[in-house]
Design a protein around this ligand. Structure first.
Ligand code: C2E
Ligand code: MG
Ligand code: MG
Length: 618
């Protein structure tokens, strides 16, 4: 009951006077009042109205106050309504216990109005408290239920979460396992050769780096660098499938030649490397190498073929020290290459002398590369004479390297290296340029006109450049040199092995009016039979033949043949390397027109040639 609303009190009494008195009292005390004159009447009213308190007369005819009380307290709807029973003191205890109404409030008649009012108010307060307690209890129950629901939901959620975590963990574990397996596969593929299952180059480089990083004492190991002999023929003639099977069988045999702690690597194609450990000297390594040679010498049965191959082995003993894994490979490869050059099917041990040579070569290569940028080249000229008239007819330009520490280095020390390094074109163009500039200066100083021909050596590599002809044309015109004053010297093999590009270039050069000369004639696959097909003007007999003219009838016959053959084709002949008077006489007898050599002059710097030209009559 809210405090602002006025309480409604039902007064039940069959005595009308009492009813009026009580009604008046309560109305005057600001209560709302409802009256019933009997128990029956009260019940009918209670069907429609729920009062806040019932004031009940204990003694009534028909249904008395106790009976009515009993009924109200047993009605689920009405039982909460507070009741004050008005009774005479003699009717008290027996009836209360009889009807189980001990907790009921009562007031003894006669009572003072104030007493009744206090009782009523107390009961109403109690009712208010009970109701608010009831409400609170209700709220509390609702909260408990809500909390229980929330807890149940939380439990369910955590249960679901747990299940999901378990599921996802399982999935993740599966995925991690898959990834690990994949990574394992990838690592295997990265470090193994798919054909033979052996380690590959990447693995070797890592392995060697690790050894260097750990700075382990590099004793007791040895490296065998193997390259199969005749493998290319197997691949070319029997096909790649047979080649692959052969490599697999080779790998298998190699495995049987070494111990478990040794490592075997397929470097590329038919190249293998074996890393031997626990070796106590070169001899024990050579025993392994010999065993491998012997094992790979046994023919292989592949499909219907019986295939015989061999192997060349380079041995790198641990006595040599290294800073870089790549240097190890380089030297092991070099030793293998020596074994190939020594006739294949053998092994060669890399020595400290070989290492020294390799290092010198590396040093030379690096210096040579820099020398071009530093412009360390000049030309020397070797005079060429007419053998009968002794007249100067030409000058062969020979490029020289002016090394800042080592002095002049002659071309036989660096031309082949420059070719292998791929820088020969630069040197050839430089020769062309320097020779033409120098010839221009001499032409200004002396009236040599075109009677003096400048010979310039050109590498076969350079002849493969289609723009060479244009470059020569430009150099000639820049220096006002007539093409007929230039003769290009090309080695014999360049003609023999000439590709269609080289042929085109040679033809164009010749058409330009530049003369062509076969250099070192007789050292290559002498091309007598094809000579007439080349646009050649001059043939230079190699100095090895000139040298032999001193003491051999055989070489005299050869040179004789060369000269008469050239004459028959209208090709002029120059003999190289004339060192003795006897050689000169012989050459003259054989009809050789021109010659050069130490007997006349070594190659000279341009200032000395200038002095020579001063003494010549043109
Ligand atoms: P080459 O063209 O056959 O030159 C002749 C070589 O024999 C020169 O060696 C010369 O000094 C040497 N020689 C000359 N007369 C005698 C002699 O009487 N006795 C002996 N023992 N040797 C003699 P050089 O100067 O060392 O040149 C070597 C080779 O280098 C040349 O052989 C030539 O093929 C090549 N070369 C020189 N300059 C160039 C160049 O600018 N470009 C190209 N591609 N090659 C060049
Ligand atoms: Mg030459
Ligand atoms: Mg020569």
């Amino acid at each position: 009951m809210e405090t602002e609303t006025v309480a409604l009190i039902l007064i039940v009494d069959d005595n009308l006077d009492n009813l009026i008195v009580l009604s008046t009292l309560l109305t005057d005390s600001d209560f709302r009042v409802l009256t019933a004159t009997s128990g029956q009447d009260a019940f009918q009213k209670l069907d429609h109205i729920t009062p806040d308190l019932i004031l009940l007369d204990g003694t009534m005819s028909e249904i008395d106050g106790f009976e009515l009380c009993y009924r109200i307290k047993n009605s689920p709807i009405l039982q909460e309504i507070p009741i004050i029973l008005m009774i005479a003191s003699n009717e008290i205890q027996g009836r209360f216990t009889e009807l189980n109404l001990e907790s009921l409030d009562y007031i003894n008649k006669p009572f003072l109005p104030t007493e009744l009012l206090i009782r009523i108010r107390l009961n109403l307060q109690l009712l208010t408290l009970t109701r608010s307690l009831y409400e609170k209890n209700n709220q509390l129950n609702q909260e408990i239920v809500a909390r229980q629901i929330a807890e149940a939901q939380t439990y369910q959620l955590s249960q679901n979460l747990e299940e999901r975590v378990i599921e996802e963990t399982q999935e993740l574990t599966l995925r991690i396992n898959e990834l690990q397996a994949r990574e394992k596969k990838l690592t295997y593929a990265a470090f193994h050769d798919s054909l033979t299952g052996l380690f590959n180059r990447a693995w070797l480089m890592q392995y060697l780096s690790e050894i260097f990083d750990q700075q382990q004492p590099q004793h007791g190991y040895a490296i065998l660098f193997l390259d199969l002999d005749r493998f290319k023929s197997v691949n070319d003639y029997l096909g790649h499938l047979v080649g692959d099977k052969l490599l697999q069988q080779v790998a298998h045999r190699l495995k049987n030649c070494i111990s478990q702690s040794d490592k075997i690597v397929r470097l590329s194609g038919d190249e293998f490397l074996i890393f031997l450990v626990n070796q106590d000297g070169v001899q024990s390594v050579e025993i392994v190498a010999n065993f491998i040679l012997q094992q790979l010498h046994i023919p292989f049965n592949i499909d219907t073929y019986q295939i015989s191959i061999g192997v060349s082995i380079g041995i790198l003993p641990s006595t040599l020290s290294y800073q870089q894994p790549t240097d190890i490979l380089r030297d092991a490869d070099a030793a293998m290459y020596q074994a190939k050059r020594a006739g294949k099917g053998c092994h060669i041990v890399f020595t400290s002398e070989m290492q020294q040579q390799t290092l010198q070569r590396i040093q030379l290569e690096s210096e040579l590369r820099q020398s071009i940028e530093k412009n360390e080249f000049c030309l020397y000229y070797q005079p060429i004479f007419c053998l009968t008239s002794q007249k100067l007819v030409g000058l062969e330009a020979l490029i020289q390297w002016q090394h800042p520490q080592k002095g002049i280095i002659s071309p036989d020390k660096f031309i082949t290296i420059a070719e292998e390094m791929g820088i020969i074109s630069t040197l050839d163009l430089l020769s062309l340029q320097l020779a033409c500039q120098q010839l221009y200066r001499w032409k200004q100083e002396f009236s040599i006109a075109d009677s003096l021909v400048i010979h310039i050596n050109i590498s076969t590599v350079q002849l493969q450049q289609l723009d060479l002809v244009e470059q020569i044309k430009q150099i000639l015109s820049e220096n006002q040199i007539s093409p007929s004053a230039m003769r290009l010297e090309v080695t014999e093999n360049a003609f023999i092995k000439a590709s269609s590009i080289v042929n085109q270039v040679l033809e164009k050069i010749h058409t330009l009016g530049i003369k062509l000369c076969i250099d070192d004639f007789g050292t290559g696959y002498s091309c007598f039979s094809q000579l007439h097909t080349f646009p050649v003007d001059t043939l230079k007999i190699d100095r090895s033949f000139t040298k032999n003219l001193d003491d051999g009838i055989k070489s005299t016959a050869i040179v004789q043949n060369m000269i008469s053959f050239a004459n028959s084709l209208g090709i002029s002949v120059v003999a190289e390397g004339i060192e003795t008077q006897k050689q000169l006489e012989n050459l003259k007898k054989l009809g050789c027109q021109f010659g050069q050599g130490y007997l006349f002059s070594r190659s000279l710097p341009s200032e000395q040639v200038t002095s020579l030209l001063k003494s010549q009559k043109f």
